[in-house]
Design a protein. Sequence first.
Length: 231
Amino acid sequence: MRRPRAGAVYAFGRFVIAPLAKLLYRPRVIGRENVPMAGAVILASNHLSFIDSVVIPVVAPRRIQFLAKSHYFEGTGFAGWVKRTFFTAIGAVGVRRGAGRDSQDALEISKGILESGNAFALYPEGTRSRDGRLYRGRTGVAWLALTTGAPVVPVGLIGTEKLQPVGSKVPAFAKVTVAFGKPIDVSSFGPASSGRTRREATDAIMAEIQRLTGQTEAGTYNEAPADDLNG
């Protein structure tokens, strides 16, 4: 079965799937005007549910790309085609997840997306929060912003853990709020080569996310369970 063309599939997602999803679930969206409509921009969000990566592209005012685990694109047969088509439609880019070389490759792919003038979404926490708290951000978001010059729009998701709780396959009907904060220019923190700069810039981004969501801060990094397949 042929791999679907990304442009055509994304257009279907943007103009058919997204309006239908908004009609059915009626998410509350705040601050859409804070997302620049052209040029590179990073959307840095908290992470509560697998469906977060569907919600953000659906409500954002422009095309958003994000990284997804490569196994979503590697299935065979009709089921594999459906999965590839769906993730392509919502702007996902397949990448292998892991430490070391895989982690660096993911950063380089993300950098390439931004250097092409696109909007890119990520979760600084790294994986979903199972207890609803906001975990400490990893500094890759600051590295990307500092090396590409892209502004960072903080995104606050509220209620998505009820929309699709851990273990559920079909989204429930729940009230969801997506708040886009004002863009943050991290260049004033210093050079990307400085670990202190990356840490301070990341902390500033996470503080804005917390302000949007009102989440309790965990004060530690979040680690994905060994059996977590959704990221």
